[in-house]
Ligand binder design. Sequence first.
Ligand SMILES: Cc1ncc(COP(=O)(O)O)c(C=O)c1O
Length: 477
Amino acid sequence: MDSSHPNNLYRNLFVGTEQKIPLLDGSERTYINFDNAASTPSLLPVQKAVDDFLVFYSSVHRGTGFKSQLSTHAYEQAREIVLRFLGADPKTHTCIFGKNTTEAINKLARRFPFTPQRNIVITSGMEHHSNDLPWRLAAETIHVGLLPDGRLDTDDFEAKLKQYGSRTALVTISGASNVTGYINDIHHLAETAHAVGAQICVDCAQLAPHRKVDMRPLDDPAHLDYVSISAHKMYAPFGAGALVGRRDIFEQGDPDLRGGGTVEIVTLDDVVWAEPPERDEAGSPNTVGVVALAAAICQLESVGMDAVAAHEAELTRHALEALHKIPEVMIFGSTDPARAEERLGVIPFGLTNVTHFLAASVLGYEYGIGVRSGCFCAHPYILHLLQVGEDEAVKVRNRMLAGDRSEMPGLIRASFGLYNTIEEVDFFIDALKEISKGNYRGKYVQDRASGEYLPEGWTPEFEKYFAIGNSRCYESI
Ligand SMILES: Cc1ncc(COP(=O)(O)O)c(C=O)c1O
């Protein structure tokens, strides 16, 4: 990879970008990761911060030794960094650490103070399952409709808010879609929700790594009440996530998980809960993951979120322009290269003549390109984008329940990160041109249960590249 290309400026900040992996023909090539919407590689400064911190790593909060105190200091400093990054005021908002966005949203759904008078949640048909299923259990959940291209139908949003009015407790919406990369106008939605006395939660799993998120002060009508993030999508894959939310809400009620760290006083028949955020962080936290998240934030801030967005928009524009020139490619969502900066670098597409499962397998096995295929944890949204009607949806469902996913509808998704390059996009486009002509070497066999295509007679030798236990250092004992 030519790192002198201005487009490759950020590449050296990441771990493993030049890693070679095996291909079906026996050769090796540098892996291309276009699956950043799922998980991102680690930033080098994050790896370095983890290494530096591990020397001091110890218990947090109640230890009296130097290492415990340093660990507690780092853990609490990370909280301040997350609050600052999201534009949240520590006086009104608290940062609760957990393992990811899914956990954050489940927590909010369990802790939100619904009342018999305010018990409606308004969400949308474009949500990741993690911002849909937790709400269905907690309250009556209403889904706002979508436009044919997958954008939120804002007229329907306003109509639903009008219909449910003061019964609406919460609006919960993705900051950006993990399928189409659409960015919702969250501050406008917030203002509309607040006008009926509802609060708003924004699932920022996708938005936060790629755009500035600003929760704004509570007295701003367009403020955000709750935001969730996942570190593994922000170049810090060490298992942490955060829910930043209104302190007054978490000062009320019992925690959803009870145990060590959540209490002020316990007697045999009474408990006084701790103040937020401790009340909602049961058990020993993932201190290393939290330090990694904060280190990633510091690096993203130093690059600047505008620069991040500009770089990814350039990749997206370039990819869209090239994809339009392949006749077999059908792009979903926003297809206009000139509007690349208005959305994230997440491109869902299909091929007219090769299924999403097969195309993704060939990209992986023959070109060393990691994409994702299928429904991306957003089944209703994919069915909407593919315009799968009610009858067909029932047939698909029945086939899947009978253990056959071979004809499961779905798309291929290419999603870009800060370290990806124009050269990588070009290589990907060349690969797609070949695949769309039916040119691939392997003989692929479909596993009907998963839908996945596997090359006959070949499995990668994972242990040649990494094996647990091989990193032991006997020499140093
Ligand atoms: C928009 C969105 N929300 C929520 C999630 C769930 O994130 P996690 O798996 O980190 O909990 C994802 C993951 O892909 C996502 O893209």
